[in-house]
Design a protein around this ligand. Sequence first.
Ligand code: SDX
Length: 428
Amino acid sequence: MSEIAKLELNGQTYEFPVIEGTENEKAIDISALRAQTGYITIDQGFKNTGSCTSAITFLDGEEGILHYRGYPIEQLAEKASFLEVAYLLIYGKLPTQAELDSFINSITKHTLVHEDMKQFFEAYPAKAHPMGVLASMVCSLSTFYPESLDPNRSPEAKDLTIHRLLAKLPTLAAWSYKNAMRHPFMYPKNDLDYCSNFLHMMFAMPTEDYKVDPVISSALNKLLILHADHEQNCSTSTVRVVGSSQSNLYSSISAGISALWGPLHGGANQEVIEMLEKIAKDGGDVDKWVLKAKDKNDSFRLMGFGHRVYKNFDPRAKIIKVACDEILEKLGVNDPLLAIAKKLETVALEDEYFKSRNLYPNVDFYSGIIYKALNIPTEMFTVMFAIGRLPGWIAQWKEMTEGNEPIGRPRQIYTGATNLNYVEISKR
Ligand code: SDX
């Protein structure tokens, strides 16, 4: 017998079904609430509100668990390739060798960007933030591929649209960096794997032979996997809501990129490094900055700390912290910011303010230190997050479009002026 939730309201009792997921999460289905009671619920920031059921990613904030399609993130980060994980998220299963080869071949042949799009880059100022460029470029892809405008045209057309985006995002990202540096664009090399190709387009120059360091491409592979999906976070919910109007994949992902840009979300990885650099410049007095983070009258927050769901450690942060030590040692990089980050973590985790609010390092706290060691510029950090998150956004958009979900349209409680009559301007 499934559970029933009862609501007592104005002397009447209303019953609502309880649904339970495969990991024993429970929700009260209030689809009939307004029709039955005339009431709606309100939940700012949707802290207690589920927007959908989904079979893609499971996370347990109390236990620090993160699974992609049932597989623990720890195993995938250690053993899989990023495109293998992308296939898993988008198509719901680990690919056979033949399926993976076909997926990679399809992506590889679409890594080039239409030559007309290169002119768009030239119109941007050198100081243009690459997230602003990326969001615009991704949405512009819909103008070059009009067949993508009908998301449900056919499974083959949907796959082509998906593969084109997975293929072109790294090219667009690398070109936004080259444009900012006013360096010549490097074209993709299809004999390189996904991560190596991105590094080639970022750092190679036409005048010299560039060899991708396998330590760096392996580190990037792990980081992208760790960012690949995270259930209904701010940017993923944005992708699903935009896609629910039957807008195309490119415009939905462009909206997700814009949501990710915010400093409270994906933009935090850039903010963390800038925070650590500020602390270092200020003499490295970690205790002083922890005090500032606790002070309600001070707008300073410990960036890379806290999470809406994880009320214990963020499993991704644990993996990235270990990888940080390994990669910096392999590359022979001694970054003083790492010591400051570790001291900040130690001080904060012993402090009642952070402990009582369950504030732990999140995915953004250490990732920037690795990106810095890979010579990726700070302004590109959130772009790296977007490249990693792309398969998750695509998987969530695909699940929503194939689930025939209604258009996302929340209600509200009106608190403005009432029953006014128009007054002629001469009498105001
Ligand atoms: C990502 O949702 C996802 O899954 C996101 C993400 C993904 O993979 O998609 O995991 C990626 O966005 C990670 C988060 C990156 N953002 C940051 O690191 C920015 C710093 N963190 C905070 O801004 C905050 O912790 C949030 C935005 C992450 C979560 O905010 P919530 O859940 O709305 O919590 P809150 O702001 O209500 O904070 C609760 C309390 C408040 O204090 P009180 O009002 O109870 O006194 O904790 C305090 C906050 O002031 N607090 C912090 C803090 N984070 C929360 N105080 C100091 N420093 C912080 N970082």
